[in-house]
Design a protein around this ligand. Structure first.
Ligand code: SD4
Length: 330
C-alpha cells in the first residue's frame, strides 16, 4: 500500500492558519534577509553546519523547478556519500562495538514522514526513509527490518566502516571513555529544510549518531518532532547535537508550534534552546543547535555554544550563517 493512500484518511496537515510576518535575526553575511520584507523569498534551502556541497546539490534541484522533497533527498545524499564525513552515512563513526548504525528521516509537504533507525550496511538512509514514506503503510523501520526492506527496494549492502573510522575506533577502545565533546566531529548531523518554487516545504535529517554510542542507541535525528518537523502551513525545524536533549523536549515540533503562534524562526529556535538549558544544569557539557525556516523563506538558528552555523542557498547565492549562541563557550 502506498503511504500517500494510507494517509488519506488521517491527514496531518490542513490547519490552514495564517503565517505571521517574521524577522530573521541571525548574525549573517547575507544582509538581504536581516529584516523581513513581508514577502516570500523562495526557493530556499538551509542545512546545519557547513554542508555547502549539500545545499548546492539541493539548490540545483530547486533552481530547475524541482520539488522540495527531491531537493532534500539530493542534498542529504551528498553528505551520506562523503567518506570524509564521519558523522553521516558511509564512513560514519561506529558504535562502541564497531558497527556503523544509521538514523534518517524525511518529511514531505503532505505531512508524510518516513524514517529508519539503527540501520546497518546501507549507504543512503535518507533514500530508504523516503521509500518507507512512499512505499509502505508504516513510518519507521528499525535495524534488520530496515536493512531487509532497503535490499528489497534495490539498495546495495556495503561495508560502511572505512579504514580511517576503524582506526579511530580502535584508538578510542584503548580507554573506552564515552564523552561527547562540543562542536567536534562527532556532532555533525545534517538536517535540511527546503522550500520549492511552489512554496512547499520538505525536510530531512540523516546521521550516524553519536560516535561510540551504546549498541542500539537511537538519537533524535530520525524521530518525528525531535530531529525534524515540517508543517506545510507553517514551516519546519531541524536539530543537531546531543540527541537525548532534543528528544526530551521534542525540540523541532516545539519550534514549529512556536512559529504557528507567531514567533519568528529566530525567536522559536532561541526558545527551543532555552527549554533545554532551563531544565539541564549540565548544559555546559553538550551542544544543541537548531535551524528553522518559515513559509516566507525566513530562517532562524540558535545553539547552546558558539561554533554552530548553517549553510543557506537563496536567490542563487550560497551563504554561511554563524549562529548566535546561549553561551559563547565551546
Ligand atoms: C544524535 N543528534 O544522534 C544526533 C547527533 C548529531 O551532530 O546531531 N550530531 O544525537
Amino acid at each position: 500500500m502506498k503511504r500517500r493512500n494510507f494517509l488519506k484518511n488521517a491527514s496531518l496537515t490542513g490547519l490552514g492558519l495564517a503565517v505571521a510576518p517574521a524577522i530573521a535575526s541571525c548574525e549573517t553575511d547575507d544582509k538581504k534577509v536581516k529584516k523581513s520584507t513581508g514577502k516570500t523569498v523562495v526557493p530556499v534551502v538551509v542545512a546545519t553546519w557547513r554542508f555547502h556541497n549539500a545545499t548546492k546539490a539541493a539548490w540545483e534541484v530547486l533552481e530547475k523547478g524541482g520539488t522540495s522533497i527531491d531537493a532534500i533527498e539530493a542534498g542529504c545524499r551528498v553528505e551520506e556519500a562523503d567518506l570524509k564525513n564521519t558523522t553521516v552515512g558511509n564512513g560514519g563513526a561506529p558504535d562502541r562495538d564497531g558497527n556503523v548504525t544509521l538514523d534518517a528521516c524525511i518529511m514531505s509537504k503532505d505531512g508524510g514522514y518516513g524514517a529508519v533507525v539503527c540501520m546497518e550496511n546501507i549507504a543512503h538512509p535518507i533514500s530508504v526513509a523516503r521509500k518507507v514514506m512512499e512505499e509502505t503503510p508504516h513510518v519507521l523501520l528499525a535495524g534488520k527490518g530496515a536493512e531487509q526492506f532497503a535490499v528489497e527496494q534495490g539498495f546495495k549492502r556495503e561495508n560502511l566502516l572505512t579504514e580511517a573510522s576503524k582506526k579511530a575506533w580502535e584508538k578510542w577502545k584503548v580507554k573506552s571513555e564515552y564523552k561527547p565533546i562540543i562542536n567536534i566531529e562527532n556532532h555533525d548531523t545534517i538536517g535540511m529544510l527546503a522550500i520549492d518554487k511552489n512554496g512547499d516545504i520538505s525536510g530531512g535529517c540523516t546521521t550516524s549518531g553519536m560516535a561510540y554510542k551504546m549498541a542500539g542507541r537511537v538519537g533524535d535525528s530520525a524521530i518525528i518532532g525531535s530531529g525534524l518537523f515540517i508543517d506545510n502551513a507553517i514551516g519546519g525545524a531541524t536539530a543537531t547535537g546531543m540527541g537525548e536533549e532534543v528528544l526530551k523536549t521534542v525540540g523541532s515540533y516545539l519550534i514549529v508550534e512556536l512559529m504557528r503562534q507567531g514567533r519568528t524562526p529566530q525567536e522559536a529556535c532561541e526558545e527551543g534552546v532555552k527549554r533545554i538549558v532551563a531544565s539541564n544544569p549540565n548544559y555546559q557539557n553538550f551542544q544543541v543547535g537548531y535551524v528553522a525556516l518559515n513559509k516566507q523563506g525566513e530562517y532562524g538558528c540558535y545553539c547552546i555554544h558558539g561554533g554552530f552555523g548553517i549553510s543557506k542557498f537563496q536567490e542563487g547565492k550560497q551563504t554561511y550563517i554563524d549562529s548566535k549562541a546561549y553561551t559563547k563557550k565551546g
